[in-house]
Design a binder for this molecule. Structure first.
Ligand SMILES: Nc1ncnc2c1ncn2[C@@H]1O[C@H](COP(=O)(O)OP(=O)(O)OP(=O)(O)O)[C@@H](O)[C@H]1O
Length: 213
């Protein structure tokens, strides 16, 4: 594995109910890159993201995160080094905006004061105001939910941020704004981003690398 590789997917096979989705598939993701995954519907883009996140395990081959083979034993540790933004509303409905944002920080046992400081620092980055913090997800707009989801994914300073069509449920104006915002966040944080998208245009705006399935 090259030194600059942060995620190595090595010769994986993945089947759902006997149907091959990925076959002897390999890919390397460079540290600090923004890889956009493009491909036809059903080609296995979301499946690949779930395999990288350890939500699914391949029947053959493996994924290495920073040189370590992802396994059931080190799954929690590795997951906490990743952020995950999903399509549509993936916020916990029973938690407030603030509680959603600090979810991973709390799993990492960060103090209340640390969490508060971190969220105050991140709010302007995604263009949100603090009057939203005590609302519940069903009291805010789709664009605001995705902004909250982005904070939840980056607040614990993960090494890797995975995004699965994060803007697909949004109107074009909100989508354009959030694309710029995510590009800025990537440039500021220098974190590795992997994003599934259907849009060649989005991939051209955001991606520093392209992966076609
Ligand atoms: N839980 C599941 N059980 C069985 N088959 C599944 C399951 N999840 C996905 N599939 C199938 O696996 C294939 C790959 O799905 P996946 O969601 O990874 O594709 P995708 O490239 O992300 O598609 P899209 O662009 O439509 O979101 C599809 O044919 C899908 O129907």
């Amino acid at each position: 594995m090259e030194e600059n590789t942060i995620i190595a997917v090595e010769n994986i096979d993945f089947k759902y109910e006997g149907k091959n989705i990925l076959e002897d598939f390999s890919a390397n993701f460079e540290r600090g890159s923004f890889t956009c995954i493009l491909g036809e519907s059903g080609s296995g883009k979301s499946t690949l993201l779930r395999i990288i996140n350890g939500l699914l395990f391949p029947q053959k081959g493996f994924v290495k995160i920073d040189g370590e083979v992802l396994s059931k034993e080190n799954l929690i540790k590795n997951r906490l080094q990743m952020g995950y933004v999903l399509q549509g509303n993936s916020l916990f409905p029973h938690l407030t905006v603030y509680q959603n944002m600090i979810y991973c920080l709390k799993l990492l046992k960060k103090s209340d004061a640390f969490c508060k400081e971190k969220i105050v620092e991140l709010l302007p980055l995604v263009g949100l105001k603090d009057d939203l913090l005590h609302k519940f997800p069903d009291e805010i707009s789709g664009g605001q939910k995705q902004r909250v989801g982005i904070i939840r994914a980056i607040a614990h300073e993960p090494k890797i941020v995975l995004m699965d069509e994060p803007f697909s449920a949004l109107d074009s104006e909100t989508r354009d704004k959030l694309q710029i915002l995510v590009k800025d966040i990537h440039q500021k944080l220098q974190t590795t981003f992997v994003m599934v998208t259907h849009s060649e245009q989005e991939a051209a705006i955001l991606g520093t690398a392209l992966l076609r399935l």
